[in-house]
Unconditional design. Structure first.
Length: 145
């Protein structure tokens, strides 16, 4: 029995390797996105904590410079929040792009894999017909002996 050989096997393997690589990139982007969200949450918690401290300082006797220090810190935290939100948006856009790349690669791999399966089915059918013909020939030859 002849062994099945798919002429595009190397291409299929190459596309699978690229797909794995692109999936790894997507995984790294998701991790980066999660870290950016954690950073934003930390900044927002610091903002709330500082705002509460400022309110308590305003309700008690405190110096204007002490209140001004908290105000500057709140402004800085607002800027950090905006920067973190922009970073999250940038990463989200990269994730969407990467998802499209992964989808495209999966479609290419699936197409080649389907072609491989069709060729394998054709090979099995041809092999079955050949075996059947060999069996018929064997039976016909046995009748003459």
């Amino acid at each position: 029995m002849k062994k099945f050989q798919f002429p595009l096997e190397k291409l299929l393997n190459y596309k699978n390797q690229i797909l794995e690589s692109e999936m790894q990139v997507l995984s790294e982007l998701n991790l980066e996105h999660q870290m950016a969200l954690d950073k934003l949450n930390t900044i927002q918690k610091n903002y709330e904590r500082c705002k509460n401290k400022l309110n308590s300082k305003l309700n008690t006797t405190s110096t204007p410079s002490e209140c001004q220090l908290y105000m500057y810190y709140i402004v800085d935290l607002n800027e950090q929040t905006k920067a973190a939100q922009q970073e999250i948006e940038r990463i989200s856009m990269k994730i969407v792009e990467q998802i499209n790349v992964v989808k495209q690669m999966k479609m290419e791999v699936k197409t080649i894999d389907n072609l491989r399966e069709n060729r394998l089915d054709d090979f099995k059918k041809a092999e079955s017909k050949r075996e059947e013909a060999d069996m018929d020939e064997f039976v016909a030859a046995a009748k003459y002996y």
